[in-house]
Ligand binder design. Structure first.
Ligand SMILES: [Zn+2]
Length: 203
């Protein structure tokens, strides 16, 4: 990544957000499945990776795990942010919460924007799986870096081309280890990536 590059323009309203208890429990349950496999976690240098989001309401607003939360096995409600508006063209998001939204929020937004039937998106890191899936899944061009408007637009384009019967997976070539999975709900999105992880883990 280019140093000093402004990943996205955000308007952040720092305040408590209300996540319905049942939804919060589902977020945590599904996130823990990914955390236990190391698909969400932290690198030795302390940089966290992986995030999870769920669409709320009729529009494309969504709740997403906050920046730098990969290290935690369990998140509090205050570790989540609510993205209420976004523009892929302007590379901008508006969100509220007590934590910064993930810098990969716009990538999630691109999937929600392209596919109205998608209710949840997970972004995970896994080097060996990324190498395998690069050869078999739709992937963004290698020169496009994560967090850029180009990445969001590339994701939007790829997501639009995915049919319901396809596996709901997109690989981010220019974002080493980065994989996106999505589904109509959190369980489906998480299961999507865990199934594929299990299928290839002994290869
Ligand atoms: Zn990532």
């Amino acid at each position: 990544m280019t140093e000093g590059y402004i990943k996205f323009n955000c308007s952040w309203e720092q305040k408590d957000i209300l996540i319905p208890e049942e939804l919060y429990e589902t977020l945590e349950k599904e996130r823990t499945r990914l955390y236990e496999l190391g698909l969400i976690g932290v690198y030795p240098d302390g940089i966290g990776f992986g995030n999870i989001s769920v669409r709320v309401g009729e529009d494309a607003s969504f709740i997403i795990s906050g920046s730098a939360t990969g290290q935690y096995r369990q998140l509090k409600q205050s570790h989540y942010a609510l993205v209420s508006r976004f523009s892929l063209a302007e590379n901008s998001i508006s969100y509220s919460g007590q934590i910064k939204a993930s810098s990969e929020s716009l990538t999630h937004a691109a999937v929600y924007d392209a596919l109205p039937e998608v209710g949840a998106v997970v972004h995970i890191h896994c080097l060996w799986l990324w190498r395998i899936l690069l050869k078999i899944c739709p992937s963004t061009p290698a020169e496009i870096e994560y967090g850029t408007p180009e990445m969001a637009l590339a994701i939007q384009k790829l997501a639009s081309g995915i049919k319901p019967e396809d596996e709901n997976i997109i690989v981010m070539s220019g974002h080493r280890e980065g994989i996106l999975a999505f589904g109509s709900n959190l369980h489906e999105a998480t299961t999507q990536i865990i199934n594929i992880y299990n299928r290839y883990k002994h290869d």
